[in-house]
Design a binder for this molecule. Structure first.
Ligand SMILES: NC(=O)c1ccc[n+]([C@@H]2O[C@H](COP(=O)([O-])OP(=O)(O)OC[C@H]3O[C@@H](n4cnc5c(N)ncnc54)[C@H](OP(=O)(O)O)[C@@H]3O)[C@@H](O)[C@H]2O)c1
Length: 328
């Protein structure tokens, strides 16, 4: 709903399986616990072209897709967060996926976001860099939390006294995997860049126990089998493999391993709490301390909202170690 006469530009999806089209929309007024953001950069994700082409999870057309923005706060409704003032640089999960309607999708010049999915972006990060974090942070942490870890975890909390604990990240060439590696390191886990052989050797030689895996991309069966191998003869709780992509229907989960698709809490209250833990407690602090870097390598598209459709085609054709960000 708009109570102003202002308008803004948007890359709109008119109907299923059509190209995004530049349109002008009424600028909405933020309600309670909402912020209106002037978007300076937006990052693309695989789900965006999937939604564009298949209509996945779209309630009504015209629709505005996209999840990742960085920009500046323009205005807000009543908030619980005193630091969220007009003019503040922020990065935010702006998803029409979880919030009803086109006012909440990222691919537009002004977007509404709930205050709990926003983190202050310090001056040391450009808007382009800031835009890569939101969906990756939410997706990685939704998986880690399912596996028993917390965004507020410290080394002391995740490492068990005598025996070293480990986790593995499968597919660090993806955006999700690249951030998952940074998070694992910040939680106190050692990072070893070699793959399977080294993991198994390290587990055997150094007594590292690996009971948690995060699968971002690649062969799900291999990842599950590796987690099974790393389990050894151990008893007790099952090893857990969080899988970000759609589950491979042929996946045979080995004994002693539990595998699950990564998803956010379905309950609204729980979702707000989880978002707060990820964006306010974790991401904002790590950005303030410059403890996370934008990853993987960024390709900046400077053509504005009119270039989003073509940029989505480029993402769909396949990227490796690359995040596509459109600068507005
Ligand atoms: N569950 C959730 O809530 C959630 C949220 C966000 C994303 N996801 C899913 O998580 C996965 C990773 O997302 P992301 O944003 O990190 O992906 P990404 O960075 O765009 O790409 C992931 C990797 O997939 C491979 N790849 C890319 N395009 C390909 C193509 N056309 N054909 C074959 N391989 C291709 C590349 O691996 P190589 O370098 O090995 O070639 C690339 O590094 C995706 O499946 C995404 O849909 C899930």
């Amino acid at each position: 709903m708009s109570t102003t006469n202002q308008t803004h530009e948007a890359a709109t999806l008119p109907s299923k399986n059509t190209p995004l089209k530049l349109t002008t929309r009424q600028t909405p007024t933020p309600g309670p616990n909402e912020l209106l953001i002037e978007v300076h950069a937006l990052a693309l994700n695989p789900v965006d072209h999937h939604q564009r082409d298949t209509g996945f999870f779209i309630q009504e057309y015209p629709a505005i897709l996209g999840s990742d923005v960085a920009g500046v706060i323009i205005s807000s409704g009543p908030l619980t967060r005193a630091t969220m003032k007009p003019g503040t640089r922020v990065t935010a999960l702006a998803s029409s996926f979880f919030n009803a309607g086109a006012d909440y999708g990222a691919f537009q010049r002004r977007v509404l976001v709930p205050e709990e999915t926003v983190a202050i972006l310090p001056d040391g990060y450009s808007f382009v860099e800031g835009a890569v974090f939101p969906l990756a942070a939410a997706t990685t942490w939704n998986g880690w939390v399912w596996a028993g870890l917390k965004p507020t975890a410290t080394t002391a909390q995740v490492q068990v006294s005598a025996s070293a604990e480990g986790v593995f990240v499968w597919g660090a060439s993806s955006s999700i995997g690249a951030l998952a590696v940074q998070e694992a390191k910040l939680m106190g886990f050692a990072v070893d860049e070699d793959v399977l052989g080294q993991i198994v050797r390290a587990a055997g030689v150094d007594g590292v126990r690996i009971r948690i895996g995060y699968h971002a991309t690649g062969d799900q069966q291999l990842a599950a089998d590796v987690l099974h191998a790393l389990r050894g003869e151990g008893q007790g709780e099952k090893s857990k493999l969080a899988i970000a992509p759609i589950l491979d229907p042929g996946l045979k989960v080995p004994d002693g391993v539990e595998a699950a698709f990564v998803y956010p809490p379905l309950d609204r209250v729980e979702l707000k709490e989880r978002s707060r833990a990820i964006f306010v407690d974790w991401l904002e602090g790590k950005l303030a301390g410059r403890q996370v870097v934008a990853s993987p390598r960024i390709k900046v598209i400077k053509g504005g909202l009119g270039s989003v459709n073509e940029a989505l085609d480029e993402l769909k054709a396949g990227v490796s170690c690359l995040k596509i960000v459109v600068e507005l």
